[in-house]
Design a protein around this ligand. Structure first.
Ligand SMILES: Nc1ncnc2c1ncn2[C@@H]1O[C@H](COP(=O)(O)OP(=O)(O)OP(=O)(O)O)[C@@H](O)[C@H]1O
Ligand SMILES: [Mg+2]
Length: 340
């Protein structure tokens, strides 16, 4: 994937360079020829000094118009590349993914020897991952940057197809009733209410439920009809507030399985812990996957999965992992000063 993008960019820069060179060459040759001819005609007495001045001036403005025209052609070609992506996206059929199950109640999910490699990469982002999670369990996923946490969340949300098996209720189908909030969440330039209900638009009229979720996430003071974002001349929220809003959107559909990939990275450690406590207590019976870099939040979970270089380094409760004195213990000690 990265290689393809790099190739496309290189081709784009290459074309840009060639076009710029062409524009410059035309400008120099055109201006030079025009000036030369005007001077020759003037010296032959074919044109007056006033006409010579007028010719030189009009050559100048012709060059500018010509430059503008070529530059527009240049940017049209660039937009065309993005437009192709847009057309391809619009052709994607709406609706649940193939082989998708919603009918029965969620009971368990088991990963068996999952591996995943991003397109055009040589190394696996995840390698030989196996674990099993029962309905209602709260799982924290921790690990250093690049250890594979987001990749694992995206696999659980059916966004990537790994090798190995992923079994929902013991069967190899895709699960639809999953709600997820990723690190690169969207800030919709729309009202506060729309920002929440976009995850479950059929319940757009449930104002009381929307207000309840917002206030649980510390946004109770925001009016539902408040317009957000610069494009609408609306209010601009802080990074932490946008994240709380995205969190509310992920909670709104009342899904059985919730995946939160660093849902509170933009809020401070104390506020994150409070939000995690709230998420855990509000999700009775639901299954939760929470990615965090903060051990103080991870220890609230029933079980913790520690990822390292795309593999599971260890898994267990906070107490078990502390007594293991492995990667988790190391991370805990590195952060201990935050909690002292
Ligand atoms: N779209 C992508 N294309 C290619 N490689 C990717 C892509 N996304 C992630 N990777 C690679 O996969 C590995 C795991 O990335 P991932 O985003 O899952 O890590 P992470 O644990 O979530 O990191 P962080 O704590 O920074 O969010 C990394 O080596 C990363 O470079
Ligand atoms: Mg990540």
């Amino acid at each position: 994937m990265q290689k393809t993008i790099c190739k496309e960019l290189l081709e784009l820069y290459n074309t840009h360079f060639k076009l710029d060179l062409l524009i410059e060459s035309f400008r120099v040759i055109g201006y030079g020829l025009g000036t030369l001819l005007s001077v020759v005609f003037f010296s032959m007495g074919a044109i007056s000094i006033t006409s010579l001045g007028a010719c030189l001036k009009s050559f100048g403005s012709l060059q500018t118009t010509y430059d503008l025209f070529l530059n527009n052609l240049n940017s049209m070609q660039e937009s065309y590349l993005f437009f192709n992506d847009y057309l391809a996206f619009m052709k994607v059929k709406e609706g649940p993914p193939q082989n998708c199950h919603t009918a029965d109640t969620f009971d368990s999910v088991a990963a068996e020897h999952l591996s995943f490699k991003y397109p055009n990469q040589t190394k696996n982002a995840l390698h030989d991952i196996s674990f099993s999670v029962k309905q209602g369990e709260k799982i924290a996923i921790v690990g250093e940057n690049g250890s594979g946490k987001t990749t694992l969340c995206k696999i659980l949300a059916n966004l990537y197809s790994p090798t190995g098996k992923i079994l929902w209720n013991g069967l190899p189908y895709n699960r639809c009733s999953v709600s997820a909030l990723f690190q690169d969440y969207v800030k919709y330039c729309a009202t506060v209410k729309l920002n929440v209900v976009l995850s479950d638009i059929k319940n757009i009229d449930k104002d009381a439920q929307i207000s309840k979720i917002l206030s649980e996430n510390g946004l109770g003071k925001l009016p539902l009809d408040l317009k957000l974002g610069k494009e609408l001349d609306g209010t601009e929220l802080s990074e932490g507030q946008w994240q709380r809003l995205a969190l509310s959107r992920a909670e709104f559909p009342n899904s059985e399985i919730l995946i939160f990939d660093e849902p509170t990275a933009a809020v401070d450690a104390v506020a994150e812990r409070e939000l995690f406590e709230k998420l855990i207590s509000n999700s009775d019976g639901k299954t939760l996957f929470l990615v965090t870099h903060r051990i103080g939040s991870a220890r609230l979970a029933d079980r913790i999965i520690v990822l390292e270089h795309g593999k599971i380094a260890e898994t267990g409760t906070h107490e078990q992992l502390m007594s293991n004195r492995g990667k988790y213990y190391e991370m805990f000690n590195a952060q201990a000063k935050w909690y002292a």
